[in-house]
Ligand binder design. Structure first.
Ligand code: NAD
Ligand code: ZN
Length: 235
């Protein structure tokens, strides 16, 4: 049980594990989409420079697949917790799918970008875009003329809205991390920042994450089974 009293401010960090039960393969599960591609070919600034067609092929396939998925009980439970806690709740996801939004979450940040948006590589304008491109010639262009890229933070790029996220962490009294292996920086450092600020820290997931020693409590289990029953809101 994670008890939440009327003074608590909660910061929730989610990773690929929370979407696994919705049918979106995690990064390291060794199944599905990721298996057919090497990260360095589809998810780096160099890949985008050298082979934008392959990058778009990969993210188009992810869009097509993600469109067939629905939020699970863990996504829904977090949306319900937000309804109960209001501004004392904040969600930060490393996921690029939109399952948190589909479940009804509002107070959330996607630090690794969003699958259903594209961005201008030149002027940084972000647009809604859920198209599945079969060919590079179909990809849309910005008003400035440049070809759009996926609104995804590639490896070696800096995550989005980090200042706001870190500000939120240091003001929180409780950090709960769900379904993230603790291997991708800087998100794997959030728990230490929270602890330095005096917060309690809990991990929920199938196995202990790499940074497990930084958590006060580790609860092992599937997100869809644990999250709906783990929060006890006292005020
Ligand atoms: P990861 O794949 O490294 O780790 C996933 C973690 O989830 C593992 O520790 C695993 O034990 C756990 N897990 C698996 N199934 C679970 C379940 N049913 N319930 C609870 N936990 C479960 O993922 P990461 O740490 O998020 O890092 C991977 C990177 O790849 C991120 O940067 C993310 O942006 C990206 N990614 C995103 C998605 C998505 O948008 N859904 C999917 C795959 C990868
Ligand atoms: Zn532009």
């Amino acid at each position: 049980m994670i008890e939440i009293d009327e003074h608590d401010k909660i910061f929730v960090l989610t990773g690929a594990g929370i979407s696994a039960e919705s049918g979106i393969p995690t990064f390291r599960s060794g199944s599905g989409l990721w298996e057919q591609y090497r990260i360095e070919d589809v998810c780096t600034p160099k890949a985008w420079r050298k082979k934008p067609g392959l990058v778009w092929e990969f993210y188009s396939a992810r869009r097509a697949h993600a469109k067939t998925t629905l939020p699970n009980d863990a996504h829904k439970a977090l949306a319900a917790l937000e309804t109960t806690m209001g501004d004392r709740f904040f969600l930060c996801t490393q996921n690029v799918d939109n399952l948190h939004e589909q479940a009804g979450s509002h107070r959330l940040t996607h630090i690794h970008g969003e699958l259903f948006k594209s961005r201008c590589p030149d002027c940084d304008k972000v647009v809604n875009d859920d198209k599945v491109y079969r060919d590079l010639s179909e990809v849309g262009h910005c008003t400035c003329g440049a070809m759009l890229r996926p609104h995804i933070v590639f490896f070696q790029e800096v995550p989005l809205e980090l200042d706001a996220v870190e500000d939120r962490i240091v003001k929180s009294t409780l950090l709960v991390s769900i379904g993230t292996s603790g291997t991708v920086a800087p998100a794997n450092e959030f728990v230490n920042l929270a602890r330095m600020a005096g917060a309690r820290t809990v991990y929920i997931g199938l196995e202990a994450p790499e940074n497990h020693a930084s958590f006060n409590q580790v609860i092992l289990g599937k997100a869809g089974e644990v999250v709906p029953h783990v929060f006890q809101v006292m005020g």
